[in-house]
Ligand binder design. Sequence first.
Ligand SMILES: Nc1ncnc2c1ncn2[C@@H]1O[C@H](COP(=O)(O)OP(=O)(O)O)[C@@H](O)[C@H]1O
Ligand SMILES: [Mg+2]
Length: 374
Amino acid sequence: MGKVIQVRDLVKWYGKQVLALNKVSFEVDEGDFFVIIGPSGCGKSTLMKILAGVLEYDAGEVYIAGKNMKGVPPHKRDLSLMFESYALFPHMSVFDNIAFGLRMMGKDKEYIKRKVSEALALVGMSGFENRSPLELSGGQKQRVALARALVVEPKVLLLDEPISHVDYQLQRKLMEDFKVIHKKTGNTFVLTTHVQDHALTLADHMMVMNTGVIEQFGTPEEVYCRPKTVFAARFVGDINLIPGEVASKDGDMYVVKTEIGEFKAASSGEGHIKPGTKLAYGIRPQYIMVNKSVKNVNYVKGKFVRNYYFGKYVECIFNVDGKAELKVSVPPEEAVNLKLEKEYTLCWNLENSVLLEKPSVIEGLNIEEVIYGK
Ligand SMILES: Nc1ncnc2c1ncn2[C@@H]1O[C@H](COP(=O)(O)OP(=O)(O)O)[C@@H](O)[C@H]1O
Ligand SMILES: [Mg+2]
């Protein structure tokens, strides 16, 4: 499979103060649904604008479909950019909004009519040709903006936070739509978001960004199950992190000494971690079991101190020796039987834990500082 986007050592400064992209390198496969996830201000929009050709950069290289994009204007890049604020022209009808790009390309009337009609059908908005954008709901505007971006048949569609700012129901619907439309068109989609669920659900491949850098690249499953840094583990999914030190290694099993006991972890197969190494021991809340005995497990006693109801599950907080708190996702029907202030045994399988040596790819950070935000 060809690489449709190749970015190498991309650097972007805003003035002399803000280093928005610090040697960012990545590649996107042709036809991929590629999601860039990271907190607000990490540089997602900056990256999208540079890909689109509407923002200058300071160093590095950007290739689209194998061509160096240096000096190539936006309309010659074979891509469309859809911003979070969908920016439809309010004084033009839906038809004219979508036709705009095709008219700029000098296409004839019949062709434009057919393509606009196809694009509207694709986003489920047939029959809305003569409406004004002012007469559309948020979700409908979003679909028209998507049709406008798709109608020029770009190789790459850049979607900058297209679903983060609408209500939850609509987010779900738009996610399904994006996925279906991606499949139908076979185009490469690059979408940014700060919402972990969107990234995990939509992406074929994803990239986790932290201030100007890439923390991790991989499939949603790789990033979720085998996070490489504390930052990535935390940003994509909830996780309990306990600072510790590797006490020993026995075959494929590590023993990690922490303030609340010694815990075992399976070797992830990614290199050997030396005894004495300081790291974070991580276990996601859904893998911890309350009062169950499972073979070959880690266990610890904790006092049930608080809970948060989420409908599908209850997040129960257990205090261990006054030294640490562990979050556990408990099915509601089991949570009703737990008594506040009572002590329970918590256990988890060693396969489900992760060992994180690095707080972040950003150098010079201390694990405990990153975990506790000190
Ligand atoms: N035009 C600008 N001038 C100065 N700083 C900017 C400008 N645009 C963005 N920034 C800064 O660059 C960083 C990255 O911003 P941005 O790419 O918009 O992040 P994101 O889209 O991930 O929220 C932030 O620190 C932001 O404040
Ligand atoms: Mg942004």
